[in-house]
Design a protein around this ligand. Structure first.
Ligand code: 3BY
Ligand code: FES
Ligand code: FE
Length: 425
């Protein structure tokens, strides 16, 4: 049977599943479990939309690189000799070997380990031993990937004709991040965690705080009313909510004084990239994600002179969220490995002049989110096991899970647009 016929049948099945999906409900099981839909996700979502891969703080000097893997793709995010960011496919132009193994580091040039074809960090082929006299190196540079840096947050788009959804979002959100000066930050720690669940379960879990009572460490600073619509705050959380409102009023005043954008913006509909940006007060000392809310890094980001600036959070569909405090920032990238395996890459960033052991301690800095990530990974695994059980029936989201619904709606919409485009070919 020709491949196109198989593909057509897959698409018919996927369209039936899309039609079966009830808005306001979790997705039918195959969206979390099937190999075909996983491949479709890689084409329709990770192959066409803007994917967060790394921050500029991870590649500070010429030759610094980090590899990013999702599905069958491996990318090199690298700083070239002119100090520009480059994103290259990690596929040699000779016979296709991977050039760098997964990880991060620094290189002078990129040398393929197979027959030593050698590329500059901007992807230009400069050496191919024993090639024919008329061999044109300029036709065999590494393939470049489209990218945009939003205030130092690097997004890629694998499509040959990338959509421009990101431009409007960049112009709206970049001012929120400017004073945190990500480009003057360095990595304090990066941890790759493999969650035993589908990437969408990882995302869904992040888009709600309905489960946040189960995060005791995070709960020391995180106002649990996060994400609740104003009219849906449960009675037992009213007091917390009052405390939150007064901390918010104080923070808003301070932000206005310092020219820090404060207003929350939520554009979750399916017309664009889908994002949410918001500055919020933290509980306790209000400075950082510690067990008391006190700052964890003495040298603050950028030129901040006040540690009590709460948290600036953003999420973008389909694979990113972050938290920026005055003393450090944390980025999260969600990278699909297989239908039931997802990499969550968490990166803690501090001021370039902050000295480990003097200004901060890595174990303390990372404690709250290491614990929180481990708890979330356990929830994702439980969810994956449950949705794989034949007894699973998609269940209803509660009002405070509206952002989970928005994520699923965005996903279903982009899948549908992709199938329509394929059908029209
Ligand atoms: O990432 C967030 O914004 C929060 C933190 C805990 C869960 N999530 C909804
Ligand atoms: Fe890279 Fe041959 S495959 S040099
Ligand atoms: Fe959580």
């Amino acid at each position: 049977m020709p491949a196109t016929v198989v593909r057509h049948q897959d698409n018919v099945t996927t369209r039936r599943l899309i039609a079966e999906r009830k808005p306001g409900h979790s997705l039918p099981a195959p969206f979390y479990t099937s190999d075909e839909i996983f491949d479709l996700d890689l084409d329709a979502i990770f192959g066409k939309h803007w994917i967060f891969v790394a921050s500029e703080a991870e590649i500070r000097e010429p030759g610094d690189y980090v590899t990013v893997e999702f599905g069958k793709t491996s990318l090199l995010v690298i700083r070239d000799d002119d100090e520009n960011v480059q994103v290259l496919h990690n596929v040699c132009r000779h016979r296709g070997a991977r050039i760098l193994t997964p990880g991060s580091g620094s290189v002078g040039n990129l040398v393929c380990g197979y027959h030593q074809w050698t590329y500059k960090p901007d992807g230009t082929l400069i050496w191919a031993a024993s090639a024919a006299d008329d061999f044109d190196t300029s036709c065999h540079n590494l393939r470049k990937v489209a990218f945009r840096s939003i205030a130092g947050l690097i997004y890629v788009n694998l499509s040959d004709e990338p959509n421009d959804d990101i431009d409007e979002v960049a112009s709206i959100v970049a001012p929120y991040f400017e004073q945190h000066q990500l480009k003057r930050a360095k990595v304090a720690k990066q941890i790759d965690l493999i969650e035993l669940g589908n990437w969408k379960l990882t995302m869904e879990n992040n888009r709600e705080c309905y489960h946040c009572d189960m995060h005791p460490e995070l709960g020391c600073t995180y106002f649990i009313t996060w994400g609740y619509p104003e009219d849906a705050i449960p009675p037992h959380l009213q007091e917390t909510h009052e405390r939150y409102l007064s901390a918010e009023a104080e923070l808003e005043h301070k932000c206005v004084e310092r020219g820090l954008p404060f207003a929350g913006i939520e554009q979750l509909d399916t017309r664009t990239m889908g994002f949410r940006v918001q500055r919020e007060a933290l509980d306790g000392e209000g400075e950082s994600y510690s067990m008391t809310g006190a700052k964890l890094v003495n040298k603050l980001l950028g030129d901040f002179d006040d540690a009590k600036l709460g948290r600036l959070s953003m999420h973008t569909q389909p694979n990113f969220w972050c938290h920026f405090m005055a003393d450090h920032a944390i980025t999260f990238a969600v990278l699909p490995i297989a239908p039931g395996r997802t990499l969550v890459r968490t990166t803690w960033l501090v001021h370039e002049d902050a000295v480990e052991g003097i200004d901060y301690n890595v174990d303390d800095l990372t404690y709250v989110w290491r614990e929180t990530n481990a708890q979330d990974a356990a929830f994702v695994e439980l969810a994956q096991r449950g949705v794989t059980d034949p007894a699973y029936i998609p269940g209803p989201y509660v009002p405070s899970e509206y952002q989970v619904d928005a994520f699923c709606n965005w996903y279903i919409d982009k899948l549908t647009v992709h199938l329509d485009a394929e059908g029209a070919e």
